[in-house]
Design a protein around this ligand. Sequence first.
Ligand code: PEP
Length: 245
Amino acid sequence: MMRRKFVAGNWKMNGNLAALAELDAIGASLEATVDVAIAVPATLIHPAAARAKFPIGAEDVHGQDSGAHTGDVSVPMVKEAGANFSIVGHSERRQGHGETDADVKAKAEACRRHGLDAILCVGETLEQRSAGEAEAVVTAQVLASLPDGAGGDWLAIAYEPIWAIGTGQVATVADVEAMHAAIRAALVKALGEETGQAIRLLYGGSVTAENAPGLLHAAEVDGALVGGASLTAAKFVPIIRAAIA
Ligand code: PEP
């Protein structure tokens, strides 16, 4: 199945109003065959969405629409601010904020209820990889986090080995291909051939202009989730270019 390439950025807890100028240069370098989107801190969603020529998203959302959840933001809130999508289950949320697969599933389902796309992140620790458990851990995470109504029209899955995020240590193309094949097989088994094949699988973890060409054209790799290299147009645009079919 032909899936459009998708290059998504994640600014994490970086950026300010002045940094939004980067969005102009990125918007001027879009490619017709590549989907581009950037998740920004909640405070920047509104100005970023007003300015960018491509979808802007949230980095996290709560699973409920409103209530006593001090410090959280809901899908209706980020949607009103202009977000088209949200990342859910990033390892920095799973590890730093104790989010479970059930939380991540609820967040993704909240996105669907309100018409937002979601990028659902999964990934193993170095200890789990060293113990030979990576594929079992990651496919179990996928299945336990998978929202009801999962479909390629709104959901992408990002495989992000935790040891590769922000470390400069990139997974090998062979490791990424093996993991993506395992995730694809799990999706097809759970959702059937058509839906299981339609969901895009992104790789994330120290993607740069240098390693993007190899990773983005590996088997079953439909795009990338890019942290550090999404902060400037100078680093991000070459990754978009590398995704051209
Ligand atoms: C990420 O934020 O999801 C990520 C992969 O970060 P980096 O590209 O900086 O490793």
